[in-house]
Design a protein around this ligand. Structure first.
Ligand code: RP5
Length: 197
C-alpha cells in the first residue's frame, strides 16, 4: 500500500505539472482582464496555457484549438471576449470540454471610451447560447471568478485542490469578520476615511 501511496503522490505531482486549464481571449486588449484568472490558478499551483484566438479574425483556429485542448488533456477552458463575443460559444461548439465564458467590457484607452453597451453586449453574446450548447458565464470582467470556477471543476478529481478551495473560503470569511470588527470599532465615518481615502 505504501508503494501505491507514493505512486499516487507522483501521479498527482505530474498532473499538477501539465496544463489543466486553457485560457484564451479574443484580443491582446483582453489580457488586462484575463490575467485575473491566471493569478488565482497560479496561487493554487495549477498550470494553464494562455493563447489569443479570435473568433472573427482567426476563425480557422477555433477547431484547431479545440482539438489541441482535448489532445493535451485540458479539463476546462476559460474563454474571454468583448463586444460581439463569439469566442466562448464557438469553442464550446467544437468540444465537449466545459467552457467558462468571461464577458469583457471593451475599453479603448486612446479614446477613453467604453464599448457602446458597457459589457452588456459581451454578457448576452456569451450567456444566451442556444439550447444544447451551453457556456457557463461569469459576470462582466470577472476573470477571477472564472478561475475559481475552473478550480471547482478540477477539485472533483483532486483532493488537494478541494482542500485549498476550503482554506480560500476560510480566508475570505476571516477577512470579512476582521473588516466588520474594524467597522464596529471605528464607526462608519472613520472607517470610510481610513479605507477609501
Ligand atoms: C473582441 O473584440 C475581443 O475579445 C476584444 O474584447 C474586442 C476588441 O478587440 P481589439 O479591437 O482591442 O483587438 O473580439
Amino acid at each position: 500500500t505504501s508503494v501505491r501511496y507514493i505512486k499516487n503522490i507522483f501521479r498527482s505531482m505530474k498532473i499538477m505539472k501539465k496544463p489543466l486549464v486553457g485560457i484564451i481571449m479574443g484580443s491582446s486588449s483582453d489580457s488586462r482582464i484575463m490575467h485575473g484568472a491566471a493569478e488565482i490558478l497560479d496561487e493554487f499551483g495549477v498550470q494553464h496555457e494562455d493563447q489569443i484566438i479570435s473568433a472573427h479574425r482567426t476563425p480557422t483556429r477555433l477547431e484547431e484549438y479545440a482539438k489541441h485542448a482535448e489532445k493535451n488533456g485540458f479539463k476546462v477552458i476559460i474563454a474571454g471576449a468583448g463586444g460581439a463575443a463569439h469566442l466562448p460559444g464557438m469553442i464550446a461548439s467544437h468540444t465537449v470540454l466545459p467552457v467558462i465564458g468571461v464577458p469583457i467590457l471593451v475599453y479603448n484607452d486612446k479614446q477613453k471610451k467604453k464599448s457602446a453597451f458597457s459589457g452588456l453586449d459581451s454578457l448576452l453574446s456569451i450567456s444566451e447560447m442556444p439550447s444544447g450548447s451551453p457556456v457557463v458565464t461569469v459576470g462582466v470582467n470577472k476573470a477571477l471568478n472564472a478561475g475559481i470556477y475552473a478550480l471547482k471543476i478540477l477539485a472533483n478529481e483532486s483532493s488537494s485542490i478541494r482542500k485549498m478551495l476550503k482554506s480560500h473560503k476560510e480566508k475570505q470569511h476571516k477577512s470579512v469578520l476582521k473588516e466588520s470588527q474594524d467597522l464596529k470599532r471605528m464607526g462608519l465615518k472613520k472607517f470610510v476615511k481610513k479605507k477609501f481615502k
